[in-house]
Ligand binder design. Structure first.
Ligand code: GLN
Length: 233
């Protein structure tokens, strides 16, 4: 039928490794809070999509360079990004924290002087680290994915990292040998949003928002979040 022919298929990028938001399950299927939300919204709104997992930096750049229609990747809504992206309704509260290896002797940001800090290319955590780099006198080393970055800190090649609080906490709970230094007072609050290129893909963005309002209202959203974060426990 005509309507079947016009079912839109979008290209959507994501961070290849960003649990609990985006990651692969035992069967190599992409799952996580972002992925479950997207799947549910697409089903309700009647669109299909081709998922393209890659580094976070590449995922956002694919959208600004018109190689993809949208990105969902634990992406923080920032004023700077609003210049080039249109964001959906915020779907998750986050914040920026710093972490060191589990038995590190580092106690304060002043202890970072002369040391190397691992940051993830193109992220708000990296931006925050760069904004205080002069003040605390540390060097930076860049990574494209969180797993490799964590290993660098655990191995002691770098002494600390700056990143999203809920993501660091989830990884630590699942065995990553790091500790968060400011779990109660993140440096910056933030919210995640689904994004399209500014001025482009308005229909996709409207579908996302409409579907999101529905899954929020009927409890599906809470179910998805609790599935990964077990907030009730
Ligand atoms: N929330 C951070 C940002 O938007 C990190 C996202 C990520 O690494 N997937 O920059």
């Amino acid at each position: 039928t005509a309507s079947a022919d016009t079912t839109p298929n979008y290209v959507i990028t994501t961070d290849a490794t960003y649990p609990p938001f985006d990651f692969q399950d035992k069967n190599n299927q992409y799952v996580g809070i972002d992925q479950d939300i997207l799947k549910e919204i697409a089903k309700r709104e009647g669109f299909t999509y081709t998922l393209k997992p890659m580094s976070f930096n590449a995922a956002t750049q694919s959208v600004t360079s018109d190689q993809a229609d949208g990105v969902i990747a634990g992406m923080s809504i920032t004023d700077e990004r609003r210049q080039v992206f249109d964001f959906s309704t915020p779907y998750y509260k986050s914040g920026i924290a710093w972490a060191v290896s589990k038995d590190s002797k580092v106690k304060s940001l002043d202890d970072l002087r002369g040391k190397t800090v691992a940051i993830k290319t193109g992220t708000s955590g990296a931006n925050y680290a760069l904004s205080v780099q002069k003040k605390y006198g540390f060097k930076v080393t860049y990574f494209n994915d969180s797993e490799t970055l964590y290993r660098d800190v655990i191995n002691g090649n770098s002494v600390a990292t700056f990143g999203d609080l809920p993501v660091l906490q989830y990884s630590i709970k699942n065995g990553t040998q790091l500790k968060v230094m400011n779990p109660k007072d993140p440096f910056e609050a933030g919210e995640y949003g689904f994004a399209v290129k500014k001025g482009g893909n308005a229909k996709l963005l409207a579908s996302f928002d409409k579907g999101f309002a529905e899954i929020k209202k009927d409890g599906t959203y809470d179910k998805i979040v609790n599935k990964y974060l077990d907030a009730s426990a």
